[in-house]
Structures are given as C-alpha cells and as structure tokens.
Design a protein. Structure first.
Length: 229
C-alpha cells in the first residue's frame, strides 16, 4: 500500500494543477489503482507569502492539519516560498514533509553545476541560498531592479497571462542568470514552469515542482525515505 499524499496548494491554483499533472505523469501505473491517493487543499486565500505584513504560517498549518485529518500520511507544499513556514506546518500536522527546495537543490547538484541561478521570490532565494550551500553550491540571483521586474512578471502569470511576451521575458531573466555565471537555472517559483521549459536556455533547467513530484512518488511508494538526499 502506498502512502496517501496531502498537498498544500492554491499558491497559485494553476501552479498546483501543473504540479498534480507532473505527479500523475511520474507515477508508474497500468491502472487507476496503481496511482497515489492524493488529498489536495487548493486554498487561494492563503495570505500573500511575499507580503511581510501578513502571516501565512497559521493558515498553512491549519491546512496541513486538515489534510492529516482527511487521511494524508505525508505532505508536500506546491509553493517554493511557503517552505519558509515548513517547520510550523510540520509541527502542527505531525507528518513528514517532502521538501521541494531540497529536491531542486539536489537536482541542481546532480547536473554537475557549481553555481545555480534561481528564478524565485526574495524569500525563496533566502531558502535556496541555504539549501544550495548545503550541496556545496553557490547561488546566482538577479540584480535588485531586475528582481523587481521578475516579481511583476510573476503576478502577470498569476493573473492568467502566459502569452508569448511573458514567455520571452521569462526566458530573458533565465539568460541573465546564465550570463552572470549560473551553470544551471532553477525554476524556484511554481509559476515559472508555466511559461519556461527545458530547451529554451543553454544550461540545465531544474523545475522544482517536477523534482518535488518525482520525490513524492518515490516516497509514497516506499522507494525513498523523506530524509533522502
């Protein structure tokens, strides 16, 4: 029997659906019954993780408790920035968490890169700096004014704009990281893969949501432990 997965989602909704599609794609299955049981809380009312004046942690913790009560045995968060509240979530639910940022950092290390560029929010960048350092890697980020432009682009994607102009602008941000010395680029926000995919840039592209999906399947099927790196 596989473990039931609880997903904290809705940050944003389209990114959560993208993660669930990847989860299904990575599951080895010949019939319905071979797939994982997945309990998902798509809650767009979680306070903005990028606003320092609000506290999303208690809302996320409450979601995690609800997922446990519904039958979840292991958790995943379909949002990079929300991992800043991972400790609060785990304490509240008493369940193990498959860490998206750890999964992405390990994938970047395994690509052979020594420096990884990350397209993510400021809070996510703080987390990635720590996780990449644990893998012996350096972090490459956009300069402050370009980070501001990146954030504006994220909110355009959240509003539903995934057109050619947005895709070109996101590819441009990735190219800037490469030019600054990144040997791999991590999509460190779950909106990024909605408009950027492997092959658009020269360096290895790490989709944190895709890496999380792979790890969740392996953990729920008992092929890896949650603590595996």
């Amino acid at each position: 029997m596989s473990l039931a997965l609880g997903v904290l989602g809705g940050m944003g909704p389209a990114a959560t659906l993208d993660f669930l599609t990847k989860l299904q794609a990575h599951t080895p299955a010949r019939r319905d019954q071979d797939h994982l049981r997945v309990l998902v809380d798509i809650n767009p009312q979680v306070p903005d993780r990028n606003d320092p004046l609000v506290r999303p942690g208690p809302v996320l913790a409450e979601m995690a408790v609800g997922l446990r009560q519904a039958g979840a045995e292991v958790l995943a968060i379909a949002c990079n920035t929300a991992h800043a509240h991972a400790d609060e979530i785990v304490r509240a639910a008493g369940l193990p968490l498959v860490d998206m940022i750890q999964a992405a950092a390990v994938a970047a290390r395994d690509s052979g890169a020594l420096r990884a560029g990350v397209l993510g929010t400021r809070q996510a960048l703080k987390l990635y700096r720590e996780y990449l350092a644990a893998q012996g890697m350096g972090l490459v980020v956009l300069p402050p004014e370009r980070q501001e432009a990146f954030m504006a682009l994220l909110y355009r994607i959240k509003s539903g704009d995934t057109g050619a102009e947005v895709r070109a602008e996101m590819a441009g941000f990735a190219a800037e990281l490469e030019a600054a010395g990144a040997e791999a680029v991590i999509a460190g926000c779950t909106e990024v893969p909605l408009v950027l995919e492997e092959g658009v840039i020269r360096t290895p592209f790490v989709d944190a949501g895709d890496e999380l999906a792979r790890r969740c399947v392996a953990v729920c099927l008992g092929l890896e432990s949650v603590a595996a790196v």
